[in-house]
Design a protein around this ligand. Structure first.
Ligand SMILES: [Zn+2]
Length: 233
């Protein structure tokens, strides 16, 4: 493939799972034993903010115990060395891509290490527990900060930029995604419609596997480095 081609890469739970992070599974609707309706919707936050904060405080603390794996590291290398357009769109709310060194990266579902003030609308980095009484570093109001996470029923971030990148893509690659959560599950059709080649790298065929031109099945930590070597070879 031409080294100046445009690549869009979508990553999902499968790539973080190999670092030891359990993420939301569409199959049973559970995330670390919680129903998504109880911890990952705006309604849940209104109903029981303490539980929602407790859940994300635990997810944030867990990030300190895990490391990027070979797949994150390979994608960061591709980002650094690929001379054409490249955009990594992740559905994951962890920071493993950036800790591996990726720079051309969008978090379409937000980031667990960020807060969002509902009073002044600022978003900011957040370390440690947040809890119900967190004060905004910008307007200093307490009790109005929520995790900067796109919850179910909310609009994913940066959709315009993602659509634009998909329209220009020569290659679209989906890594470790279930193919079940929209709008990300529809990216393959958008890219293919505009003439991009499409590739799925996953542990097993996803729900959308038949939409892809190419398929590679195996652990992301093995398949992604192999693919990156071929791309840069
Ligand atoms: Zn504020």
């Amino acid at each position: 493939m031409d080294r100046l081609s445009n690549i869009v890469i979508l990553t999902g739970a499968g790539i973080s799972a190999e670092s030891g992070l359990q993420t939301f599974r569409a199959a049973d609707g559970l995330w670390e034993g919680h129903r998504v309706e109880d911890v990952a919707t705006p309604e849940a936050f209104v109903r029981n903010p303490a539980l929602v904060h407790q859940f994300y405080d635990a997810r944030r603390a867990r990030l300190g115990e895990v490391e990027p794996n070979a797949a994150h590291i390979a994608l960061a290398r591709l980002d650094a060395e690929w001379r054409g357009g490249l955009l990594i769109v992740t559905q994951n709310v962890d920071d493993l891509h950036e800790r591996a060194g990726a720079r051309r990266l969008l978090h379409m579902h937000g980031e667990v290490r960020k807060g969002w003030c509902l009073r002044c609308n600022e978003r900011f980095a957040w370390e440690g527990a947040m809890g119900e009484e967190a004060a905004c570093p910008s307007c200093e109001t307490a009790g109005m900060v929520r995790p900067d996470i796109v919850w179910f029923g909310e609009m994913p971030y940066d959709m315009e930029r993602i659509e634009e990148a998909l329209m220009k893509a020569d290659l679209f690659v989906s890594i470790g995604t279930s193919g079940a959560v929209y709008p990300a599950a529809g990216f393959v059709q958008t890219a293919a419609y505009r003439g991009a080649r499409t590739l799925e790298i996953n542990l097993e065929p996803s729900q959308g596997s038949l939409s892809f031109d190419g398929r590679r099945y195996g652990r992301a930590g093995e398949e992604v480095p192999k693919w990156v070597d071929e791309m840069l070879g």
